[in-house]
Design a protein around this ligand. Structure first.
Ligand code: NAD
Length: 262
């Protein structure tokens, strides 16, 4: 197993879904973890305590809102304060909204771009000086199959995720001669609350049972017809943090059941 003992990792949006899977995988590899995201305080505290108990690492939580640059900077500072460094940054927080372009609410466009794209700029900007100090760092941006190809009714999400791949490439170039790498993971469908909402909306729209909506959602895009799991995405993140991955730079790694192979 990759040993990342005592590395300090910030995982945005790690109170749920893929982010929680990545936080747990990094903790299993030995990282101290700064959790972040929204949710019930008691549920978040329980996840934090569970990670500490399961893996014997140090854990903390930042409630920073990824739409607020000052809160993002405070989260990065708090990580350095708490753990003595910021070694690994996973930009995972994300939201979705679906509507045709002409009906897409301006406020939803702004929110998706802020959380799914601009937050990565703000976190990376704040974290890089900490990584540079030790000449070691791993930046992992959770993009999407929608960073590589488009779907209807997802204009803000597709624009944001394509943008994340642009950010990834620029940061990889700017850090190319250092011990810091920056890459993106592009998941296809992963069964998380974000996707469950889309499945339920599909069931209502098409007047079909939820199970059928789930099967149809997969059949439409993901040739494997199986969901990827947060644990699988977590394992890819741990690999990107390993020394074996030191020359993977500026890459977009698909974990999408062949979605984008078509
Ligand atoms: P999720 O809804 O389960 O989790 C999203 C997380 O982001 C939660 O912890 C939530 O609290 C947090 N969050 C939302 N708004 C925030 C804000 N303003 N500030 C801080 N945290 C905030 O979703 P998920 O499916 O686990 O998605 C995680 C990431 O993976 C997203 O970037 C998403 O676009 C991406 N992704 C998901 C899928 C999928 O199929 N689930 C596929 C490709 C990419």
């Amino acid at each position: 197993m990759t040993r990342l003992k005592d590395k300090a990792a910030v995982v945005t949006g790690s109170t749920s879904g893929i982010g929680l899977g990545i936080a747990r995988a990094l903790a299993q590899a030995g990282c101290n973890i700064m959790l972040n995201g929204f949710g019930e305080p008691a549920a978040i505290e329980s996840e934090r305590a569970q990670i500490k108990k399961d893996f014997g690492v140090r854990t903390a939580f930042s409630p920073a809102d990824m739409t607020k640059p000052a809160e993002i900077a405070a989260m990065i500072d708090a990580t350095a304060q708490e753990f003595g460094s910021v070694d690994i940054l996973v930009n995972n927080a994300g939201i979705q909204h679906t509507a045709p372009v002409e009906k897409f609410p301006i406020e939803r466009w702004d929110a998706v771009i802020a959380i799914d794209l601009s937050a990565s700029f703000h976190t990376i900007r704040a974290a890089l000086p900490h990584m540079a100090r030790r000449n070691w760092g791993r930046i992992i941006n959770i993009a999407s199959a929608h960073g590589l190809v488009a779907s209807v009714e997802k204009v803000a999400y597709v624009a944001a995720k394509h943008g994340v791949l642009g950010v990834t490439k620029v940061v990889a170039l700017e850090t190319a001669k250092t011990g810091i790498t920056c890459n993106a993971i592009c998941p296809g469908w992963v069964l998380t609350p974000l996707v469950q909402k889309q499945i339920e909306a599909r069931a209502v729209r098409e007047k079909i049972p939820v199970e059928q909506a789930k099967t149809e959602l997969l059949a439409e895009k993901q040739p494997s017809q199986e969901f990827a799991t947060p644990e699988q995405i977590g394992a890819v993140a741990v690999f990107l943090c390993s020394e074996s991955a030191a020359q993977i730079r500026g890459a977009a790694l698909s974990v999408d059941g062949a979605w984008t192979a078509q």
